[in-house]
Design a binder for this molecule. Sequence first.
Ligand SMILES: *[C@@H]1O[C@H](CO)[C@@H](O)[C@H](O)[C@H]1NC(C)=O
Ligand SMILES: *[C@@H]1O[C@H](CO)[C@@H](O)[C@H](O)[C@H]1NC(C)=O
Ligand SMILES: *[C@@H]1O[C@H](CO)[C@@H](O)[C@H](O)[C@H]1NC(C)=O
Ligand SMILES: *[C@@H]1O[C@H](CO)[C@@H](O)[C@H](O)[C@H]1NC(C)=O
Ligand SMILES: *[C@@H]1O[C@H](CO)[C@@H](O)[C@H](O)[C@H]1NC(C)=O
Ligand SMILES: *[C@@H]1O[C@H](CO)[C@@H](O)[C@H](O)[C@H]1NC(C)=O
Ligand SMILES: *[C@@H]1O[C@H](CO)[C@@H](O)[C@H](O)[C@H]1NC(C)=O
Length: 923
Amino acid sequence: MQRSLFSSTVLLLLLLALMSLGLISWAWTAPDCTIADSSLLPNLSYYVPFCSLDPGLHLFASCSNVKDLVQTLRRVPPDIEALCLQGIVPVLPANAFGHFPSLRLLRLQLGTLEITPQAFQGLGLLQHLIFEHHAPCCLSLFLPPDALEPLGFLSTLSFQGYCLNCSQNIQLPSSLSHLSLRHSCLTELQELQGLFPMLMPGTSPTASLRQSLPFLEVLDLSSNLKLSHVGVRALHGLKVHSLKLDRTPLNAFSLLGSGLLYLDFLSLVSTGIEKLPGNVTSYFELRALDLGRNQIQNIEDEDLPICSSLELLNLHENHLQSLPIRFLNTLTQLQRLNLSINKLGPTLLLPEGLVSANLKVLDLSHNELSVLPSGAFSFLPQLQELWLSGNNISILSNDSLKGLRWLRTLDLSWNKIKMLKPGWLSSLPALTSLNLLGTYLERITGMQLQGPQKLSHLQLSSPEMLDIYPPWPPALLSLEIRAKQWIQFSVPHGEPFLLLENLTLQTCYVLLLPANTTIHFPSLRHLTLRGCSPYIFSNSSTQRFFLQLPLLEHLHFWSDPDETENLHLLEMPRLRVLELGDLNFFYESSSMKLEMLLEKMPQLQVLALSHLNLGNFSMSRFRGLDQLQLLLLNSEWALGLDISFQELIPLMPQYVYFSDVTFTCQCESSWMGPWATQAPNSFVYGLEKAMCTVNASDYSKTPLLSFLSDHCSHDLEFRGFLTSFTLVLLTTVLALLGCPKWPWLHHLWTLFYRWWWKLCGRGPRSQFHYDVYISFCEQDRAWVLEELVPALEKSPPAGEGLRICLPERDFGIGQDRMDAMVANMENSRTTLCVLSCQALGSPWCSLELRLATYYLVARPGTARLVLLFLESIDRWKLRGYHRLSRWLQKEDYFDLPLRRVEWEAFCEKLRRRLRKAGQERDD
Ligand SMILES: *[C@@H]1O[C@H](CO)[C@@H](O)[C@H](O)[C@H]1NC(C)=O
Ligand SMILES: *[C@@H]1O[C@H](CO)[C@@H](O)[C@H](O)[C@H]1NC(C)=O
Ligand SMILES: *[C@@H]1O[C@H](CO)[C@@H](O)[C@H](O)[C@H]1NC(C)=O
Ligand SMILES: *[C@@H]1O[C@H](CO)[C@@H](O)[C@H](O)[C@H]1NC(C)=O
Ligand SMILES: *[C@@H]1O[C@H](CO)[C@@H](O)[C@H](O)[C@H]1NC(C)=O
Ligand SMILES: *[C@@H]1O[C@H](CO)[C@@H](O)[C@H](O)[C@H]1NC(C)=O
Ligand SMILES: *[C@@H]1O[C@H](CO)[C@@H](O)[C@H](O)[C@H]1NC(C)=O
């Protein structure tokens, strides 16, 4: 007892040392937490819920129902970059996040919260701190004046749904650039002076100028529903570029007396404004003004001159029916004008007059426009982006787009366009991106897209079917096509898409005309297929669309759920991300096997399987996927995970997610509970709340883990396995360490390792019944009995006199063969597997090899396995056998392809190896 306690301590210390060396990335299931690396799968949030993030951050933990903060955080790996906590925690204790030195974003939804002064100690790299509460306004939050002091890199500080009126004199880090106080209980702007005196150094006696902040980028006071007063000189001394007062009852004109001197951008979305606030614009010389979702019906001519400083004007979702004659003429600085969701149609009447030399972006989406008069935009020569989505345009005459020499982006999506005239793009030489989604085109020829030489992004669609003809735009990098029924590529000479990197097809069928042709996609990296029939990759069909995809890295394939065609994927040597959805792997006639699909993708890092009806799922399907980092199973009913998983646990991907999966209640899966909570190196999501059902037609559900703990008891075996695995991990790591720099360490380790096994009382028994257990299959039996066994049993001095265990000779009569196999294998120093193709195909031999492998992995140092190949066997087949190669050394393999070649020398070598193995085992 004491001994094992001591040895566990040693082990623990070693592990800790290794962890601190950063050699092992360590993660466990954390109840109610999601831990993920969103750099692996861009779409991860679609399957696994997590809180919104800053785009640059990938490694995050998101925990809900937090009640005991310390306990929750103990299970979160220390190297995360973003942490979101939701629950009820009344007090944030000192040094609450000290274990997460690399934290960049912290989002707290913890209810009524009191923060102790040292709570954020140690978060020197934190950039975003967010306090959030989403229920009726507002909760009270106490923030001590110097709580934020340790946050030397803080740039965003946000309070939402909290009242700060108990806090005063909060010191802000000088790195701060964004401050938000949304859904709060501010009634007048003057309150800011008391809260953050550093913002307005001029007004407060307590704050000296020295303490003041440099320019604040954004001050966001949106959704303060009671904020109606400003207060005299309330903002005097505040230096801010952008002020957001969206959804507040504040009268914008009252800002004029606030003492605010300098402002670039003012946002007044949904504030009920009926008139352009001209004198506010001119007072601050605003460069940007957002008046979205207001009630502006028309713009008076006299307001325009005083708005002349504007570079950006957003009038999105107002009630504008026309623009004043002198609009662009007067707003000479204007670069972006957003008029989406107004009523400027049906005929576009952009006021003529002087050319605007500066306007670069014009948004006229959703304006009920039907007619674009000829030369409608000819006075906007600098225009780079034109957005016309969601209008009623059906005809584009050749000169509607005249004069737009610099136009790069044209969005005509969701219009009634039925046909395009050749040459309609000829006046747009700079166009790079064209969006024609949601239109009614049935036929597109390359001729219709001629003109722009640099067209690189193209989106096309048709309600039912679409025919496409070359020549393809020469610079095309990204192509998206949608049609409900089919898309037909008419390619008389197999015109290739030479530079195309991204292709998205959303349709049932893809046809090629003529049928015996092929199209090449030599540069394709991202392929997304939605609703497609699997035949698109099929070998058997004459209609095979893709011939080869040598550079493909991402494949997202959602099948047409009604299709029963088998999926056959191509060789994809570079594939890193594979997302498969809506395929039926389990229907009767399916010959489709997941492992066969995966064989051709040695580089796979991410595998996301959604709605595939997998039935019984064997992890041996993942043979050879050495690079796999993320495995996701989504929307599965009656999923069974078989026991072969257990051997592979050490090699499982770093992240395993089960989302919306119902399992089969079976004890074969009993390893899952301990695995999910204790498996090193893997984070497992979604088992705590998972349900299981008796079979696929049973709709009553039991919680999986409670079923397993009530009905099955394989727990102990698994624990033993984990312990031994941990040791193997240590050997591997130390062996790596020891090679070649520190050989002494390696020796030390070997010593420790042997000592450990003895200490644990699991040391090898020195009395074995046999030296070698031979596993072979029926077909090789004659050779084994007549040639191999005599050669090995030959007594000294000619041979070694090895004691051999042969099933037919040495198994007790009437003994259960399985039991005998296990017992005799345990009783032999070494297991010798005689392998041929037939052996690998035979269930019994597979079982023996599997068992031997299990001992090898589970009892390293005491089990030995030697493989003898009677013919050359594809190495993948063997690697498939539990990645044996990782556990075997070179001299554990013997090749004897012609069976008789150099028989004597071979026997000698084999005997030597077996003897050595036996000695090692005896040590
Ligand atoms: C992400 O998922 C959504 C929903 O299934 C899908 O529409 C979108 O295309 C996906 N994006 C990628 C890059 O796969
Ligand atoms: C904070 O302000 C809210 C709303 O004005 C008010 O109901 C509450 O009593 C105030 N709390 C304190 C401590 O002043
Ligand atoms: C600004 O204009 C508004 C309405 O146009 C007017 O009510 C207000 O008095 C003006 N304020 C100043 C300071 O000119
Ligand atoms: C116009 O404004 C709306 C609402 O703010 C926004 O969603 C849209 O992207 C803007 N258009 C452009 C071209 O920026
Ligand atoms: C769209 O244009 C067609 C004529 O092209 C017209 O009949 C129809 O009423 C218009 N629809 C709307 C919503 O303006
Ligand atoms: C292709 O798609 C990927 C992922 O959506 C994107 O990051 C990349 O920029 C796209 N490339 C082009 C040329 O559009
Ligand atoms: C396709 O078949 C047609 C006649 O059926 C033949 O003329 C043409 O050469 C074939 N093309 C290819 C690429 O085999």
